[in-house]
Design a binder for this molecule. Structure first.
Ligand SMILES: Nc1ncnc2c1ncn2[C@@H]1O[C@H](COP(=O)(O)OP(=O)(O)OP(=O)(O)O)[C@@H](O)[C@H]1O
Length: 249
């Protein structure tokens, strides 16, 4: 499969560099994302997962290294074009001023694309938002509603790669399931590659074929099936929170 996103020796300096702290938040990170890859990005808090995603979305700059989308470096690509290919969803959904519909129409306005009302209705329904009044002020929506509106807004862009930063952290079980199901279907239909940051290892094993593990400033890449077949104890030794259950598959 062809590579759509390439990361070459990427590094971010630690802004609190001192004798105790290491010079880099992360360094020497290289990876390739192929068409249709589904990657879970995991690791303990503060390792730089969100920072890496923000750099990939051009919301922050790397201190060293390069990133290429379809063979073109970010240094040589217009950031607007880059962001059409690389979609990003933050942990905290950001709503633009205006109604829910204004928010959903942003993509077509910004990128001169027709507004696909049928698709919006289908996605709203799949995410359990069919009762939501599109003329409601976006700022008045609940956190979970904002998160799902922001997901629809990102999908309407039809990016080649979707960067998802803990997007279900504030959702209930039903909404989380709906988001996972929708993204699985979207992935099958559109072939979109995804990198999904999550602290939920069971979710990581469900939604990914590849796992990127960030620790000690480095990125390890694993096949998810074998990575999550390790015992809970093995995984717990490496990171995150006390884990429940014996296995993740
Ligand atoms: N140059 C830098 N850019 C961003 N964060 C930096 C930098 N240098 C040091 N840091 C610190 O590194 C951490 C990076 O946070 P980030 O949110 O990227 O990590 P994370 O792995 O996503 O954490 P979490 O799982 O808690 O969301 C923060 O504590 C931040 O203060």
């Amino acid at each position: 499969m062809s590579s759509i996103f390439e990361i070459q020796r990427l590094a971010k300096l630690n802004w609190k560099s001192s004798e105790q702290a290491s010079k880099y938040l992360f360094s020497d990170i290289s990876a390739e994302i192929s068409e249709s890859d589904r990657i879970a990005l995991i690791g303990a808090s503060g390792q730089g997962k969100s920072t890496l995603l923000r750099i990939m979305a051009l919301l922050d700059a790397p201190d060293e290294g390069d990133m290429l989308v379809m063979g073109t470096s970010f240094k040589n690509m217009d950031s607007r074009l880059w962001r059409m290919k690389i979609g990003y969803m933050a942990q905290q959904a950001v709503m633009l001023p205006g109604s829910v519909e204004d928010n959903l129409r942003t993509v077509s306005k910004l990128h001169d694309r027709p507004y696909d009302l049928k698709l919006v209705q289908r996605l709203m329904e799949q995410l359990g938002l069919e009762q939501l009044d599109l003329s409601k002020k976006a700022a008045d929506c609940s956190g979970g509603e904002k998160q799902r509106i922001s997901l629809i807004r990102s999908l309407l862009l039809r990016p080649n790669v979707l960067l998802l930063d803990e997007i279900t952290a504030s959702l209930d079980i039903d909404s989380t399931q709906r988001v996972e199901d929708l993204l699985e279907q979207w992935h099958k239909e559109e072939g979109t590659s995804m990198i999904w940051v999550t602290h939920d290892l069971k979710q990581a094993s469900r939604i990914s074929t590849t796992t990127w593990f960030m620790g000690n400033g480095k990125l390890e890449q694993h096949v998810s099936e074998s990575f999550f077949a390790k015992s809970a104890e093995d995984l717990a030794k490496r990171f995150i929170r006390p884990l429940e259950g014996a296995s993740f598959i």
